[in-house]
Write a protein that binds this ligand. Sequence first.
Ligand code: AP5
Ligand code: MG
Length: 215
Amino acid sequence: MNIILLGPPGAGKGTQAHRLVAGRGMVQLSTGDMLRAARTSGTEMGKQVAAVMDAGQLVTDEIVIGLIAEQLDSNAGNGFIFDGFPRTLAQADALGELLKSKGSRLDAVVEMQVDDEALVGRITGRFTCGECGEGYHDIFKKPAVENVCDSCGATGAFKRRPDDNEAALRTRLMAYYKDTSPLIGYYYAKGQLKRINGLGEIEEVAARISDALDG
Ligand code: AP5
Ligand code: MG
């Protein structure tokens, strides 16, 4: 089963993708994570996109479509979870074509609905493990032992994203409403859209996603 997790910054796409990887053996393809990895490894492309990402703007369609195309030949496990991709109509068309060319298809698009006020609270409290990528929150998801990752045991490896500040978040939200939210209608018209309430405990949201995928 190939699915898209669609939602604004802080909707919980990464959090829920990690759970689907662990629970269903699916493979997460996050263009945000791929771009951050390119920055860390200092590639030419990584350097090129750094300022754009930090300001909260969208990277070009060409770059992110290229990143996804490279991954589609990898082992899909029990299916791909597209996290943060597609984000424009051009990316959505490209994904459809890429999957078709591999003899595959998209099974569902899960729109995670979270109001703006909750998004700001989630983003400003977020931190992640630099070793394994597990996501945390100052209030909603603290590690069991301070400074130690629950998932991989790394100590002192937590970090915060440079684009998790109020100014960049405002730009990211604008990009979502202007460029990405048209995808809701696009996938609704294709009969693939499943809307879920993204507010509530992480486990509650996970259960809603499972119901949407299995129902
Ligand atoms: P990307 O990394 O995709 O960021 P984003 O879309 O802004 O989304 P986030 O990762 O911020 O949020 P999330 O939904 O994953 O939330 P999370 O689970 O972490 O993209 C970053 C940048 O890269 C873009 O701005 C752009 O520049 C570029 N880019 C990437 N893809 C691109 C593309 N396709 N095209 C062009 N440019 C692209 O949760 C957030 C916090 O909330 C965490 O702390 C978590 O613990 C907490 N939380 C989660 N669920 C709950 C809950 N139910 N209750 C309480 N807290 C919760
Ligand atoms: Mg994310």
